[in-house]
Design a binder for this molecule. Structure first.
Ligand SMILES: [Zn+2]
Length: 271
């Protein structure tokens, strides 16, 4: 990992005070904010300002704990998110490269004029409006030689492209790590699930075996079993008959209901 890239993006967001933060947080987890402040040579509020700004951009994350030493206030513990920082950096590089190339394009296709006295530059259209004289000092404008500028823009854009390649490779590495971690998690979860399923199967097997054993003991006592079997059969057939009657003899059901209603009343009266 190229720490300088991370420092670049941190400084771009939170200012030069924050450069040391990457060294403090990189490769660590949940670093106490008071330790961060001390190591940055800042007071706690200055350190928090930096951390909040980075947090707004997703570059750092925190957990907080109530601290009795700190008067019962929350103390924040910070972790640097390398992946998100690299995404941020990649976006910044892409837009910077685009801006440079727009300028390059403009320098290569348009003409610019400059006042040799004031160093003021203007586009050809503006120069035409001012009759090719400087609106400040009246000096005649000169056509600007853009060769050096074009070269410079090209070099800067090329350097940024090299940086972008490095950042993209770092992102690839991190994404691969993340994917591997996810796969490992899924594997362990799958193992756990299959172990649970196996345990359930074992329990069911035991239950079935117990059922079989139970039936065997019932067979050993045929008198009890016979009695037990007959009674549920009666109930079942009774239910079937009841179900059939309302369907086939629908007219008779209200009468039955009436008789059912009257019976509890009779009971209450008796009570
Ligand atoms: Zn001038």
């Amino acid at each position: 990992m190229q720490i300088k890239f991370l420092k670049n993006i941190v400084v771009a967001i939170a200012g030069s005070n924050s450069e040391g933060l990457v060294d403090i947080l990189y490769g660590k987890k949940n670093v106490n904010e008071f330790i961060i402040a001390k190591r940055l040579n800042l007071n706690i509020n200055q350190a928090r300002n930096i951390l909040y700004r980075l947090s707004d951009e997703g570059l750092v994350s925190f957990i907080r704990k109530k601290d009795k030493k700190n008067g019962g206030w929350y103390t924040y513990f910070w972790t640097f998110d390398v992946g998100k920082s690299l995404y941020k950096l990649r976006d910044a590089l892409i837009s910077e490269i685009k801006s440079l190339e727009d300028q390059l394009q403009s320098r290569q296709t348009k003409r610019f004029y400059i006042c040799p006295e004031c160093d003021m530059e203007m586009s050809e259209e503006n120069a035409l409006i001012h009759d090719f004289t400087c609106p400040e000092c009246g000096e005649v404008l000169l056509l600007r030689e853009s060769k050096d500028l074009v070269e410079d823009l090209g070099k800067r854009s090329e350097r940024l492209r090299v940086d972008l390649d490095v950042v993209n490779r770092e992102i690839e590495v991190i994404e691969k790590k993340g994917e591997n971690a996810r796969k490992r998690k899924m594997k362990t979860a799958e193992k756990k699930k299959s172990a649970e399923r196996a345990a359930k199967r074992a329990v069911r097997k035991k239950e079935k075996q117990a059922e079989k054993d139970g039936q065997k003991t019932d067979d050993a006592k045929p008198k009890i079993k016979g009695k037990a079997k007959k009674s549920p059969a009666k109930v079942k057939s009774g239910v079937k008959k009841l179900k059939k009657t309302p369907k086939t003899k629908a007219k008779k059901t209200p009468i039955k209901k009436k008789s059912k209603r009257s019976s509890p009343k009779a009971h209450t009266r008796r009570k």
